[in-house]
Design a protein around this ligand. Structure first.
Ligand code: AMP
Length: 180
């Protein structure tokens, strides 16, 4: 079992149905069981909060990175083993990247998509070689994926750019892909 894995998880920060919170908790539990560290946006709310709590509940370590301006809105995760408070969103993403050696996206909104696209395009452009995985158990991202495959057909995106993103509906498969 690899225990030197730090996985950065991007996921929803807004109100979502209970089964997405359960998904975040399951992923958190499994990250802790594998002995990995969680790197997150450092909020206590929604899936972001749920996953961090689940990791710690099973003895795992969490690092949160949150912009000062969002400490109240996303409720800074003061229980985190490390909570890094930064000035800008760009610093947040930079520090999250720097602390992680793999990236996992769970269902989320535009913030989650923004984070996924940045780290995925950087991987495609060869700026890093860390695994980028999208876990989509219920088709939350299907419309986006259909659109992206359409862009391959029209030439706006290459098949190879899509190939560097691992997409799966299965939690264990997603976690395995983070260390593949
Ligand atoms: P959402 O998917 O919209 O619920 O947002 C998920 C997380 O992404 C939240 O913690 C947002 O604060 C964060 N986020 C949104 N935009 C950015 C950005 N440009 N850089 C870093 N984090 C962001």
């Amino acid at each position: 079992m690899s225990t030197d894995v730090s996985v950065c998880v991007y996921c929803a920060s807004g109100p979502v149905p209970q089964h997405y919170l359960d998904l975040a908790a399951e992923v958190g539990q499994k990250i802790a069981k594998r002995g990995w560290t969680l790197v997150s946006g450092g909020g206590k709310v929604s899936m972001m909060g749920e996953i961090a709590r689940a990791v710690r509940a099973d003895g795992g370590r969490t690092i949160g990175v949150i912009p000062r301006a969002l400490v109240d809105r996303e409720v800074g995760d003061t229980d985190s083993d490390e909570l890094l408070v930064v000035d800008t969103m760009r610093e947040r993403k930079g520090l999250m990247d720097a602390h992680a050696n793999a990236f996992l996206t769970l269902p989320g909104g535009i913030g989650t998509c923004e984070e996924l696209f940045e780290i995925w395009t950087a991987r495609y452009l060869g700026m890093h070689s860390k695994p980028v995985v999208l876990l989509d158990p219920d088709g939350h991202f299907q419309g986006l994926l259909d659109w992206l495959h359409g862009m391959v057909r029209t030439g706006f995106a290459s098949q190879s750019s899509l190939d560097v993103l691992t997409v799966t509906a299965d939690v264990d498969e997603a976690l395995d892909a983070l260390v593949a």
